[in-house]
Design a protein around this ligand. Structure first.
Ligand SMILES: [Zn+2]
Ligand SMILES: [Zn+2]
Length: 347
């Protein structure tokens, strides 16, 4: 039995760090000593207030750490002491979605439930007990806070690789939060010209800092002209929506070129319909697509990208706060002046 402190969300703004016992490491399981856990928007929603049936919830899904024990039959390239990034959502490998290579829609994802513990991925803990396929070996010597960002990077890899783009194409990223900016970094590696659409001036400056070729304010009159200048009146081969709600989606459509892709990466809160002109889609062969979460494939890519430092995610780590001060962590995470707040663990 391994004892671990773990974070339970019991209600809005109510967090409890409790000591619990994890089950014995099963033959196909891996025990990981958590070294960093980033506080993602998903958990921030539970912190701010979710529907009552969601509580109690064991949060924390952007996790890195070190292997401390491997089950007798665990299939895993990491050995004891190796640094790992953890894909904390479970996959069955046998349902229709998994067999179609769309394991992000696994029909048997149990949310990481462990016997006797509330539901949830449970990464805000000293130790995490995982299935072997959830553990990805990372390069030694990397910052654990950066390795904890494998999950958001994996989600963006899935989005950025979805449209059929060619080197030299022009794309727009809507929103310069962390997800928009990871899009910028990855898309620049594909040899694309990237314009960011973002109303906030500080965020536009950050977008240019991390590699965007242009950043413009979608709420200003000069925006249409900026698009014309940037694309030489050819419009965008793809627009990636990461923020801005329905108005941003409606603004994006007419800015697409023939054969252009509208990629809905972000969800909309509160939800609502958007107006889309079917004739524009028809006459221009527009592709509208969404991407959701990550697959095993995109997670593997993300861990390689971080291990090889193909992109540098350090500008997104706004603050490091030592566990167990999760309350302060979430108060900082929900503040608009932070990208990612990461909880660190000293063992
Ligand atoms: Zn996340
Ligand atoms: Zn499945």
């Amino acid at each position: 039995m391994v004892k671990t402190r773990t974070t339970i969300f019991t209600g809005p703004k109510q967090l409890e760090v409790r000591e619990v016992e994890l089950p014995e490491v099963g033959p196909h399981q891996v025990l990981v000593k958590v070294r960093a856990c980033a506080l993602c928007t998903w958990e921030q929603r539970f912190y701010k207030g979710s529907s009552p049936q969601d509580y109690p919830f064991r949060g924390g899904h952007e996790v890195s750490g070190e292997v401390v024990a491997l089950g007798s039959q665990a299939v895993c390239d990491a050995r004891v002491g190796d640094p790992v990034s953890v894909a904390i959502m479970t996959r069955c490998g046998a349902c229709n979605s998994c067999r179609r290579g769309m394991d992000n829609f696994c029909e048997n994802d149990d949310g990481g439930a462990l016997p006797g513990l509330p539901w949830g991925p449970g990464g805000l803990s000293d130790f995490a007990l995982l299935e072997d396929y959830q553990v990805y070996k990372a390069a030694p010597g990397r910052d654990f806070c950066e390795l904890a960002l494998a999950e958001p990077v994996a989600c963006v890899v899935r989005s950025a690789t979805m449209p059929d783009l060619e080197m030299g194409d022009r794309v727009m990223v809507q929103g310069a939060g962390i997800m928009g900016l990871i899009h910028v970094m990855l898309l620049k590696h594909f040899g694309l010209r990237v314009m960011v659409s973002e109303p906030d001036e500080t965020r536009r400056a950050k977008a240019l800092e991390v590699g965007a070729d242009e950043a413009a304010n979608p709420l200003e009159d000069g925006f249409a002209q900026s698009v014309k200048d940037f694309t030489h009146s050819k419009n965008f081969n793809a627009v990636f929506f990461t923020a801005g709600g329905v108005p941003a989606i409606e603004q994006a459509m007419p800015l697409l070129s023939k054969g252009g892709w509208l990629c809905l990466y972000g969800s909309i809160h509160p939800k609502g319909p958007a107006q889309i002109d079917p004739n524009f889609v028809h006459y221009n062969e527009i592709v509208i697509t969404g991407t959701f979460s990550h697959t095993k494939k995109s997670f593997r890519q993300a861990v390689e990208i971080l291990s090889e430092k193909i992109i540098d995610v350090s500008p997104f780590i706004s603050e490091r706060i030592a566990f167990p001060d999760v309350q302060r962590g979430f108060e900082r995470a929900i503040s608009p002046d932070t990208y990612r707040v990461v909880m660190t663990f000293d063992h």
